[in-house]
Design a protein around this ligand. Structure first.
Ligand code: COA
Length: 186
């Protein structure tokens, strides 16, 4: 069984980014992100309508970390004072199987700068080296080519295609599963 330690919260750094815990101070930025229809197009969850919903989401992220069910980092740029520009995390951790599901979202103002590429690389390394995961999966809408590209750049392989496997806003949509297996010795 996977043994997880998220206390203290693991702050991660890359060349351009700081990945940090989400707190109430991030509520406004989470609202701008998860309330943005363009960013939410393929997420399959309702676009936020109120700041209160953003605060509730942050509480849920904090509870997940406390209960070691999942971990989500806020993404902040080192060089610009833009506040939080995205989130990334393992939103489901399958401890008996040393496997986790990765998910991420970036504000459209920041798309196309390889920001999520840099964040995924760091979080994947953390997952394999520090959390001792054996494999990481990503479930995406097959129309989300931007997300597929970022996964392929990071060595993920397309493993499965499930027809109408996901119910979102009154429709059943197809799901692609990408995965990456560690080369770290356990
Ligand atoms: C998927 C996502 C995280 C990619 O992040 P990113 O930092 O922009 O990634 P990249 O800079 O590597 O760009 C990836 C691809 O997106 C496309 N792209 C870049 N900028 C774009 C823009 N402004 N508009 C449309 N597509 C764009 C390009 O095809 C690019 O591929 P390329 O670099 O090989 O040309 C981001 O688009 C996003 O947050 N989307 C909404 C949330 C989402 O769908 N999350 C995944 C759910 S599984």
């Amino acid at each position: 069984m996977l043994f997880l330690r998220f206390d203290p919260f693991p702050v991660l750094e890359t060349e351009r980014l700081v990945l940090h815990a989400l707190t109430w101070e991030n509520s406004g930025d989470i609202f701008l992100l998860r309330g943005n229809p363009q960013a939410m197009k393929y997420i399959g969850k309702p676009t936020l309508q109120t700041l209160w919903e953003a605060e509730q989401l942050i509480v849920a992220y904090q509870e997940n970390v406390r209960d070691k069910i999942g971990i989500t980092w806020g993404i902040t740029l080192k060089s610009e004072n833009t506040g939080l520009v995205g989130t990334i995390g393992f939103h489901k951790i399958d401890r008996p199987n040393y496997r986790a599901e990765i998910g991420y979202i970036l504000h459209p103002d920041q798309w196309g700068k390889q920001i999520m590429n840099e964040a995924i690389r760091k979080v994947v390394d953390y997952g394999f080296q520090e959390m001792d995961l054996h494999s990481i999966e990503a479930k995406i809408n097959p129309e989300n080519s931007q997300s597929a590209k970022v996964l392929l750049k990071n060595g993920f392989e397309k493993e499965a295609y499930f027809k109408q496997a996901f119910y979102s806003e009154g429709k059943f949509v197809d799901t692609e599963v990408y995965s990456l297996i560690t080369n770290v010795e356990h």
